[in-house]
Design a protein around this ligand. Sequence first.
Ligand SMILES: NC(=O)c1ccc[n+]([C@@H]2O[C@H](COP(=O)([O-])OP(=O)(O)OC[C@H]3O[C@@H](n4cnc5c(N)ncnc54)[C@H](OP(=O)(O)O)[C@@H]3O)[C@@H](O)[C@H]2O)c1
Length: 318
Amino acid sequence: MWFYLALAILLYFVIRYYRERQEVENLTEKYVFITGCDSGFGNQLAKQLDARGLRVLAACLTQKGAEQLEKLTSDRLKTTLLDVTSTESVAAATEWVKTCVGNKGLWGLVNNAGIVHPVSPSEWLTKEDYVNVLNVNLIGLIDVTLHMLPLVKKARGRVVNMSSIMGRLSTFGGGYCPSKYGVESFSDSIRREIHPFGVKVAIIEPGYFRTSMTNIQNNLESLEQQWIKAPEEVRESYGQPYFDKLYKLFKGTLTTCCCTDLYMVTDCMEHALISKHPRTRYSAGWDSQFFFIPLSYLPTSMMDFVLTRTWPKPAQAL
Ligand SMILES: NC(=O)c1ccc[n+]([C@@H]2O[C@H](COP(=O)([O-])OP(=O)(O)OC[C@H]3O[C@@H](n4cnc5c(N)ncnc54)[C@H](OP(=O)(O)O)[C@@H]3O)[C@@H](O)[C@H]2O)c1
């Protein structure tokens, strides 16, 4: 019986491997629009798809980012400026994409742009701190998707949404984790709704990777800022030793836990765009696959124990 079970599992993986290796045709005629191409995953994916011959429409937040990307890529790649928090900017980018793609429609929409700061215990933050992150990571992503969907439907293409493993389990305070839970939820809804139109939706869930988002100095400065800004009463309840220990823990995590191989993520994004049979979810990174995903299936009390066992104790803890 065990032999047949092992054989069935092996067969499943072999079939899946060959199925997922099949690529869509006419890649060089396909247009892909990517947000947040100034740096990190978006920047690398733009270069990667350009090298494969796809027609990349790269949206950058800054002129400098756009110019730098153009210098490193072929004439096929075109850039535009886009701030996903501004509906005017999103509408203008949509018009630009429309003129670029013509009758072909948009094969790929990659919602990659995102921010993370501020990250700190929730009580140190304000409503505005949450709103700023949610506006970029979730509302911006929804706005871009709603504007671009008619073009994607025309091409019977793909939507690739950048979530995070923090969209599966929440490990720190601030707007980031709620925004990524929202990305998961929005992506699940539209996947079911637009499947009848031949559009596929994929969600990317990376673990910790070294990009400007995980820059150690920026993150530590941001944590310190939040501590300084927190109301006096809140600071008293946590105490200075709590902050000092948290700062050390944060620094240690950012120093040791970030993978530098960004291809682990951009290869998943590329697969979601060019495979005939893309996956619904891509958990990119060893930490994501072998720590966070299994952890997310544990009973909540066990998950809480594992995640908080190294956290410092607040001064006024019971
Ligand atoms: N790094 C990780 O460990 C990790 C893990 C899981 C998921 N992710 C996700 O991966 C995505 C890309 O992040 P990354 O790690 O590559 O960091 P990154 O290098 O900071 O890239 C984020 C990009 O988004 C752009 N951006 C920021 N605000 C924007 C706005 N309002 N409108 C348009 N673009 C905006 C940034 O532009 P500027 O550079 O000009 O600010 C930058 O190009 C994000 O959605 C992030 O949540 C990252």
